[in-house]
Write a protein that binds this ligand. Structure first.
Ligand SMILES: *Cc1c(COP(=O)(O)O)cnc(C)c1O
Length: 333
């Protein structure tokens, strides 16, 4: 397994810190909680898509692209990081946003990530919930080709076998840090959506025989569907890397009990988790992914699902810019 065999550009501040959360661990009274700070990847307020984009943008450049197209929900962190990455490498960027939450609130539609998308100069188009976004991207790419452009289409979340390489790398990076610190990791926990993060991590953790179990907290699809999606992408990623078969199906575990009312819809446990992390550790989570992922971790700890002497690593996937699209969810005085 040698990631330097793949084209890659430099976008992220790496390695991201791996830190002990002393206050939160004490307050919850369970295992030792460590946090892998992929909110600190540095590009345009950071987040997990930046690692994926190091490989995706390189592939776009290899293919001679002059414009990048991608899609996401209105408050997509992926769209924001893609816009920033494309412009750094001299490509234009168009993003297609689906109003998956059907919100009509000004903050949601204009602030947070949407404000940054526009600040970076992206062409932004909006679509109603349940639009076939892949088809819309393809139609737009066709239009651009007919104008003599060479578009590169990045799937939602940057989740294909190229983007997932970024999280194979994150697994290796975290293992090296843990080894250097003398930290025995008993469990790895991450939010999981379009699946590239969990798929890359599971490939990295399994290919190195780390014996570290990985738990994905789902933010959209039901458990079975999410696990299948992650497993499928993990298999494709391993094949792409030339190490087929390194991931067994039973190593892909997702828990979708913390989705609440749906993708991007605020839940009480998310608000509690985001507020707790802010007030215990002064770390900003996000309302759509890491906040719900943390809500899952907190619930597991309260239910005694980890031992007190265990060390848990929670991957902070970023997204704090989206907080400003969700002011009303927090009912702060
Ligand atoms: C996209 C995203 C995730 C989920 O990662 P996937 O690779 O799509 O599963 C988690 N957290 C944040 C903040 C994200 O933007």
């Amino acid at each position: 397994m040698h990631l330097s065999r793949f084209s890659r550009v430099q976008l992220a501040h790496l390695p991201t810190p791996l830190e002990f959360l002393e206050n939160l661990s004490r307050t919850l009274g369970g295992p030792n909680i460590y946090i892998k700070r992929d909110d600190c990847t540095g590009l345009a307020t950071g987040g997990n898509k930046t690692r994926k984009l190091e490989f995706l943008i390189a592939d776009a450049l290899d293919k001679g692209a002059d414009i990048v197209i991608t899609q996401g929900a209105v408050q997509s962190n992926h769209a924001r990081q893609t816009v920033a990455a494309a412009l750094k490498y001299g490509m234009a960027c168009e993003i297609l946003l689906e109003n998956r939450t059907e919100s009509s609130e000004h903050d949601y539609l204009e602030s947070g990530n949407v404000f940054l998308d526009k600040l970076f100069g992206a062409r932004v188009t909006h679509f109603p919930k349940n639009t076939d976004m892949d088809q819309e991207m393809e139609a737009r790419a066709e239009e651009l080709r007919s104008e003599g452009k060479n578009p590169y289409v990045i799937p939602g979340g940057g989740s294909n076998e190229i983007g997932a390489l970024g999280y194979v790398d994150c697994a290796l990076e975290t293992l090296t840090q843990a080894n250097d610190m003398g930290l025995r990791i008993d469990h790895f926990v991450t939010a999981t959506g379009s699946a590239g993060t969990q798929a890359g991590l599971v490939v990295g953790l399994e290919a190195t025989h780390s014996q570290i179990p990985l738990l994905g907290i789902g933010v959209r699809a039901p458990k079975q569907e999410q696990e299948e999606k992650v497993y499928h992408l993990a298999c494709k990623t391993a094949e792409y890397m030339g190490i087929p078969g390194v991931v067994d199906r039973d190593k892909v575990i997702a828990d979708s009990n913390y989705v609440g009312g749906g993708y991007g819809v605020p839940s009480d446990s998310m608000v509690e988790a985001v507020t707790l992390m802010a007030r215990e550790e002064a770390i900003l989570m996000d309302p759509v992914y890491s906040g719900k992922g943390l809500a899952g971790l907190i619930d597991y700890i309260r239910n005694g699902r980890f031992e007190e002497n265990q060390n848990i690593v929670f991957l902070h996937t970023g997204g704090s810019a989206a907080l400003f699209g969700y002011l009303d969810a927090f009912k702060l005085a």
